[in-house]
Write a protein of this length. Structure first.
Length: 298
């Protein structure tokens, strides 16, 4: 995997939206934070644009992202917002310059489409808070984003959930939003998870949807040779009038019980305030003990 160079003070960081519309005001705190880090924020043309729920037309979003991707002075592209829309433009983006000059692509949620596509091209990316998230993110999550971007060694240790499946593993980190991973199955952006550590999270889904998506990943072989599974926030889940009968942890455990790889629940990633930055594509080791879990890059 190609890993982008770490950034340094004075570098330019672009902020664009590949999906839902976002105003300049909504990302002002992100701009101020970059300036505090002594970086130079560069707002893309999609910031402030609006076409229904999107940050401009598909073509406008492609052109904005492509411009920042091809600009050698831009050292990282920070996606402003998720929602929906990145899958509409992914096949129209030319990533050839990213392979020549890798740069950090930063975001989560709908940005899972970019992470998956870029992973299949052999380049690392950064699953981390969106630019719109600054006002609600924890100090720890923002520090993790800064530390990784500037090349500081990062290791995470968190308390272990009683539902975790204990064990040790290593492999490249992949994944992101479960709904997005599900939607990419059968496309060239779908992931090969063999020997890797899969990270999943989701928001605002019905419990039976979670089961359906995981059943689909299972049928697509996502768990056959998986090294380990990290489950982040399963936030604001819904049930029907006739209950599904299982909560997210039970749904996941029933899906993976036959495999034997370690499983971590409640990892600080996803649609939660404490959304730690993760290097997608980087080789990592995961240790799951009864009292704590440790994730570090190797």
């Amino acid at each position: 995997m190609l890993q982008p160079s770490f950034i340094k003070e004075g570098d330019k960081v672009a902020i664009v939206s590949t999906a839902r519309k976002v105003s300049v005001k909504e990302i002002q705190e992100a701009v101020l934070m970059l300036e505090k880090w002594k970086l130079v924020p560069v707002l893309g043309s999609t910031i402030g644009k609006e076409l229904h729920q999107f940050a401009g037309s598909d073509q406008e979003r492609v052109l904005d992202f492509q411009k920042m991707l091809d600009d050698k002075e831009i050292k990282a592209i920070w996606c402003a917002r998720g929602g929906y829309g990145t899958v509409r433009i992914i096949d129209h983006i030319d990533f050839s310059n990213l392979l020549k000059n890798p740069k950090w692509i930063v975001g989560y949620s709908d940005i899972t489409v970019l992470h998956s596509e870029i992973h299949n091209l052999g380049v690392c990316s950064l699953h981390a808070p969106l630019a719109i998230d600054i006002h609600k993110g924890t100090k720890v999550s923002m520090t993790s984003l800064r530390d990784i971007l500037f090349g500081k060694e990062v290791e995470y240790s968190i308390s272990s959930s009683k539902k975790n499946i204990l064990g040790e593993c290593q492999g490249k980190l992949v994944g992101g939003n479960l709904s997005m991973l599900y939607s990419l199955c059968g496309s060239k952006s779908s992931l090969d998870t063999s020997g890797k550590i899969l990270c999943i999270e989701d928001l605002d889904e019905y419990l039976y949807h979670i089961d359906r998506m995981l059943q689909n990943l299972k049928r697509n072989g996502f768990f056959d040779n998986l090294s380990g599974l990290i489950v982040g926030g399963m936030t604001k889940m819904h049930d029907n009038n006739i209950p599904f009968g299982k909560k997210p942890k039970k749904i996941i455990l029933d899906i993976v019980k036959e495999y034997g790889f370690p499983v971590v629940f409640n990892f600080p990633m996803g649609h939660i305030e404490d959304n730690h930055a993760l290097i997608m594509g980087a080789e990592a080791s995961l240790r799951v003990d009864a009292d704590q879990i440790t994730l570090k890059y190797i």
